[in-house]
Each structure stands twice: as C-alpha cells, then as structure tokens.
Design a protein around this ligand. Structure first.
Ligand code: DGY
Length: 323
C-alpha cells in the first residue's frame, strides 16, 4: 500500500522523524532557513499532511492551494499563531500542537531571563571581559532582589502556573491577569488581579499569553507607563505581544529597570535595531523550549499528531476548537 505524502518543513529530532519516515512518503526541507511561501507551496501542493514550524505561515489561501486532500497540519510548537486555525477547521483540516512537554523548560528559561536581567548578569560578564573590573566595589552593577518581590504573570496557563511554582521557592508574591481565564481562579500560589494592578504592582512582569488580536501589542506605551521604575519585563511568549518601539523608549529613558526578550517582532531582531544598543536588555533567539529532552518530545508529539491526522483519527493534541 502506498504511504501518504507529507511535507516536513525542517529537520526535526530523530525521535519524531523516524516515526514520520516509517509511516509516510516524506519530502523534507533540508535548508537551515524556512522555505519561502512559494517554496512551501511548491513542496506542499498535493500532500495529505504537513509537519511545520512556527516560522511557516498557513492561511486559508495556502491551504486551498495545497489542495482538498490536505488532512492535517502538525505544528512543532505549542503556539499556533502561524496557522489560521479557523480556516483549517472550516476546511476540516486538523491542527496539532505540542503542549506540556515544554512547560517546565520554558518556565526555567523565563526565570533565568528574569534573574539575569534583574542581576545584570550579561552586563557583568562584559564588564569582566572588557578589563573594566579593577577591584571589588561597593556599588558596582547593583541589581534587584527576588525575595519579597512581586512576580506578575500575564497569562496563567501551563507556563504561568509553572512560574508561580518557581516563585514560591524564592519567597516572591505572585499576582496574575489572564484574559482567557473562564473559570473562577483557584490557585493558592497566585492572586488574580486586574490588568492595571498587574502593571502597577509587578516588580517582575513575565508574559505567558498566546498571540491573539487582543494580546497583540498589549504591552505598549500606555502599559509601560504604568510599570514601576524598577520593574523588569520578560517575554517568552510571542514577540508581537510587546511593542518594541515603546519598550525601547521606556528602557532608554530608564522608566523601567530592564527587559529580557526571548521573542521579538520581527524574528530575528535586525542587528541594527536600537534595542541592541542598550545595556539594560537581554535578547535571546527564541530558545526558551530549547533543551534536548523537550525538543525530542516535541518531535515525537508532532509526529504522533501528523500520523493520527493522516489516519483520520482525532489528534492526541488537537488545536482546533471543534473537530
Ligand atoms: C512554542 O512551542 O510555541 C514555542 O514558542 C517554541 O517552543
């Protein structure tokens, strides 16, 4: 029996790729950079399934151009803002994602960014390497303390809750605002507050919200103006949640203390972006989930989702609201 044709848009860990190869007739994009829209279409036209990354955009036009045989788009990510899920659902195409397996590693990284920005670790490393370190100084590179500080979480889903668990070990107070919360809050480790209060009271504000029309640029000039002068902003969610022009002005004018961004708009952040000229920001290249264990598990789940979709079964991790 012939195997179903699929397009895999980048090399993924063998843990998942082996499963895909066993079950499917695979066209693998071997480039280090994502396929362009034209290249994506050229390779995906006529396939029954696609295993893609968050850098590959799938809108309704793309789905139609691939063809009516397309059964499943399996995203190698938990966030699916690169896929028009409503358009997929309307066409009966299953969309899969990879939740849970990257929750802790992402929270670890957000915490590391928070502490690195608050304690100025990259700046201190540059200071030591540059020869500026002449002696021990009572007031060199003064940073912020975690104990007793308020951690504010925008978004209280899986990663937000994992942040709250970590914060307990640092004796922090935790508050959160979750625009998507539908049930009444019930987590003893964190107190729900309004968005304004979150901005006004957080010493560390960490973003854990999906990118939606409501959350796009939710952290812009107005929100930043409400934050404490000593606040640290950390984003490991999606770049467009933060307006980087407004963030640049806030950091440059020292209206907030520092920021740590693992995600930016655009990605990659161009080298000539003004943010790179500032000392009080850390930028990392969207690596919060980047541990070998997490990426292996993401690959495995993405493969399982793909194969289930090809078989016409419900995906183990289905992102469509109904299907
Ligand atoms: C995701 O999965 O959505 C992350 O941004 C990448 O791991």
């Amino acid at each position: 029996m012939s195997k179903p044709k699929v397009f895999v848009t980048r090399k993924i860990p063998d843990k998942g790729f082996e499963l895909v190869k066993d079950f499917c007739d695979v066209d693998l994009w071997t480039g280090d950079l994502p396929p362009s829209r034209d290249e994506l279409l050229q390779h995906a036209r006529g396939v029954e399934g696609v295993l893609c990354l968050l850098t590959d955009l799938f809108d309704g036009d793309m789905m139609d151009a691939i063809g009516p045989q397309l059964k499943v788009i399996s995203n190698f990510a938990v966030g699916c803002d690169n896929i028009d899920v409503l358009a997929a659902t309307a066409r009966g195409i299953s969309v899969g994602n990879t939740p849970d397996v990257l929750t802790d590693v992402t929270a670890d990284f957000a915490f590391a960014l928070m502490m690195s920005a608050g304690r100025r670790i990259p700046e201190a490393d540059c200071y030591a390497r540059s020869g500026a370190w002449k002696t021990w100084q009572p007031m060199a590179l003064l940073g912020l303390e975690m104990k007793g500080a308020t951690l504010g979480l925008l978004g209280f889903g899986r990663v937000g809750k994992a942040m709250a668990r970590r914060a307990a070990g640092f004796d922090m107070r935790v508050i959160y605002y979750d625009p998507l919360e539908t049930k009444s809050p019930s987590d003893a480790r964190a107190t729900r507050v309004e968005f304004e209060t979150l901005l006004e009271e957080s010493d560390f504000l960490s973003l854990h919200t999906p990118l939606t029309d409501e959350t796009r640029h939710v952290i812009a000039a107005d929100a930043l103006s409400k934050m404490k002068p000593n606040a640290v902003l950390v984003n490991t969610s999606r770049g467009p949640v933060v307006d980087l022009e407004a963030l640049y002005r806030a950091l440059e004018e020292k209206r907030i203390f520092a920021a740590g961004l693992d995600v930016t708009e655009p990605e990659p952040l161009p080298l000539n972006h003004p943010l790179f000229a500032l000392d009080n920001i850390i930028v990392t290249p969207h690596i919060a989930s980047s541990s070998k264990a997490a990426r292996d598990k993401m690959a495995w789940i993405a493969a399982k989702n793909l194969i289930a979709g090809l078989k016409g079964e419900r995906l183990p991790n289905c992102f469509n609201p109904r299907l």
